[in-house]
Design a protein around this ligand. Structure first.
Ligand code: C2E
Ligand code: CA
Ligand code: CA
Ligand code: CA
Length: 275
């Protein structure tokens, strides 16, 4: 089933019946999506709240199937993880994101940092460090301009994640903890791992100025970041009130629809390029 979405995209919604069949069909399509040029990236700005300055972007993968339309990542990332396709997809995303940094640079736009999401499954594969190092060498992107985003559950549940993360750090790549506060974890790993950034999960930001619990959690994360000398980025900032609240409580960095939705590379260039 297809329905016209807001910006002219057709969003894919599976039929109520035949979930298994749908899944199989998606799986078959997904396997060929890269070679068929159906996969692309959008980029969401990360900004300094008080100045509006661009401090980085997060790469977010998109799949546009000619018949099914635009399929959201929550539908195909888990599928890609289950089938092992995530390794191919993850590599493609990383290459494209790094290439894009170089393209923007050549077009006169300096984007300080590129954040790329990593799945647990990509760690299980092993040679992630070599892959990242190869891509950095091939594209010529400086390692410290790349920041990999992993969730707490990736760190806690993946056997060798700690080792790989230390290896990534040793080649100069940054690490952010995604959806911080939503996974279950001991905070001890923060002491052991070379983490630079905490991303406050969107769920805590949503009702930040009305829900006392969300407010308390957000403030605690900001304080934790400050005392451990980590950058803190608030995710899912949609209103000026949320931004003002964050700034008041010492969180200087944000990402969310209030600033920009994820956009195509060219649109980012148009909006942020200063001649
Ligand atoms: P995430 O890493 O937490 O990414 C942030 C998600 O929140 C994105 O959804 C983004 O579009 C959305 N978002 C950003 N600002 C706002 C806001 O102000 N309000 C609301 N309501 N939403 C906002 P998206 O692009 O659908 O991605 C969903 C998830 O899919 C990501 O969550 C990430 O876990 C996964 N994902 C996306 N791209 C990749 C990728 O290249 N590799 C891997 N492994 N996972 C990816
Ligand atoms: Ca992320
Ligand atoms: Ca997140
Ligand atoms: Ca998430």
């Amino acid at each position: 089933a297809k329905a016209r979405g807001r910006n002219g995209y057709s969003f894919y919604t599976p039929s109520m019946t035949g979930e298994g069949v749908e899944r199989l069909r998606l799986e078959t399509f997904l396997r060929r999506s890269i070679e068929k040029d159906e996969i692309f990236l959008n980029y969401q700005p990360q900004v300094e709240i008080d100045t509006g300055r661009l401090i980085g972007v997060e790469a977010l993968v998109r799949w546009n199937h000619p018949e099914l339309g635009l399929i959201p990542p929550i539908r195909f990332i888990p599928l890609a993880e289950d089938t092992g396709f995530i390794n191919q997809l993850g590599k493609w995303v990383l290459e494209e994101a790094c290439r894009q940094m170089v393209r923007w640079q050549q077009a006169g736009l300096h984007v300080p940092k590129m954040a790329v999401n990593l799945s647990a499954k990509q760690f299980e594969r092993g040679s992630i460090v070599n892959m990242v190092a190869d891509i950095l060498r091939e594209t010529g992107l400086e390692p410290d301009r790349l920041q990999l985003e992993v969730t707490e559950s990736v760190i806690m549940n993946t056997g060798d994640a700690m080792v790989f993360i230390n290896d990534l750090h040793s080649i100069g790549v940054g690490l952010a903890i995604d959806d911080f506060g939503t996974g279950y974890s001991s905070l001890a790993y923060l002491k052991q791992l070379p983490v630079q950034t905490l991303k406050i999960d969107r769920s805590f930001i949503k009702d930040i100025s009305t829900d006392v619990n969300d407010e308390a959690i957000a403030i605690a994360i900001i304080q934790l970041g400050k005392s451990m000398n980590l950058s803190v980025i608030a995710e899912g900032v949609e209103t000026e009130e949320q931004a003002a609240f964050l700034l008041r409580h010492g969180c200087r960095l944000a990402q969310g629809y209030f600033y920009s939705k994820p956009v195509a590379a060219q649109d980012l260039l148009t909006r942020w390029h200063q001649p």
